[in-house]
Design a binder for this molecule. Structure first.
Ligand code: HEC
Length: 147
């Protein structure tokens, strides 16, 4: 009698552990994907200068499909309102270069950025104003880049 009860306890314990492992395995990817890429950080858009406001329009029309609306990032590209893109690490030239020639994947895992030949130098200048004014409103300032 005692023996079978022990066996039963052992069996239900084994069952419980296997179900837990199974449930964890099934549920955790869902839980992870909910916290992962699609949740754009909440950022503050300051009162933009006229040039920056124009840049915001061009940005949201052209760059947002990868970099997210207002450069908050998407599942196709990184946020630019991010300390990595402070002017000490990615100066204004990086924007002209990225738009003219694209940029190979190096900071993230979204793949390469293709050249954006539909934007003019003037567009890029206004995009830079938009990004810099928004960066500053979110506490991102020039920081000397250390390798
Ligand atoms: C097809 C997707 C896509 C589009 C459209 C796109 N980008 Fe990007 N961009 C990327 C990805 C991905 C990276 C990150 C590459 C890395 O560092 O791994 C990137 C990086 C950058 C960088 C950093 C370059 C560097 O030197 O590291 C800048 C600046 C930039 N993008 C600006 C823009 C601007 C401005 C536009 C619109 C004119 C734009 N991007 C449109 C995908 C895109």
């Amino acid at each position: 009698m005692k023996k079978t009860r022990t066996a039963q306890t052992l069996m239900s314990a084994t069952l419980f552990v296997s179900i837990s492992i199974l449930a964890w395995g099934l549920l955790s990817p869902i839980a992870l994907s909910q916290v992962a890429p699609n949740q754009a950080p909440v950022i503050k858009i300051p009162k933009l200068s006229a040039t920056a406001a124009k840049g915001q329009k061009v940005f949201n029309g052209t760059c947002a499909k990868c970099h997210g609306v207002n450069a908050t990032g998407s599942d196709k590209g990184p946020p630019l309102i991010h300390t990595i893109y402070n002017p000490g690490h990615h100066g204004d030239l990086a924007f002209y270069r990225a738009a003219k020639s694209g940029t190979p994947q190096h900071h993230w895992r979204f793949g390469n950025m293709p050249p954006q030949t539909n934007v003019t130098n003037e567009d890029i200048a206004s995009i830079i104003r938009f990004i810099r004014e928004t960066q500053e409103a979110n506490g991102i300032f020039y920081r000397k880049h250390k390798m």
